[in-house]
Design a binder for this molecule. Structure first.
Ligand code: SF4
Ligand code: SF4
Length: 90
């Protein structure tokens, strides 16, 4: 379970400080080399246990930039949303 940031990202930085598990890195640290922000899927817990909805997607000013990693269209809408995630702590 994780969200992903798509190439709609405008690098505004609104999401990064909202993440309770520090799963988001900026374009300088994106391991793919793309000049957009990036979510480490092995860290993201979809904010389960922290917020009622993904804080990064709430903060993001774009339409649909942050998506569930297995959903292509639209904003996050995960049928497994209520299942408990396992926070990964560095
Ligand atoms: S959904 Fe929550 S845990 Fe995942 S990257 Fe966004 S803010 Fe972080
Ligand atoms: S809030 Fe949205 S547009 Fe801004 S850096 Fe994060 S993913 Fe990119």
């Amino acid at each position: 379970m994780a969200v992903m940031i798509t190439d709609i990202c405008i690098n505004c930085g609104a999401c990064i400080d909202e993440c309770p598990v520090e799963a988001i890195v900026d374009d300088d640290e994106n391991p793919t080399g793309e000049e957009i922000y990036y979510v480490y899927a092995d860290k993201c817990v979809e904010c389960v246990g922290y917020h009622d909805s993904p804080a990064c997607a709430e903060a993001c000013p774009t339409e649909g930039c942050i998506q569930w990693s297995d959903v292509i269209d639209g904003m996050p809408a995960n049928e497994n949303r209520k299942s408990k995630g396992t926070p990964v702590v560095e």
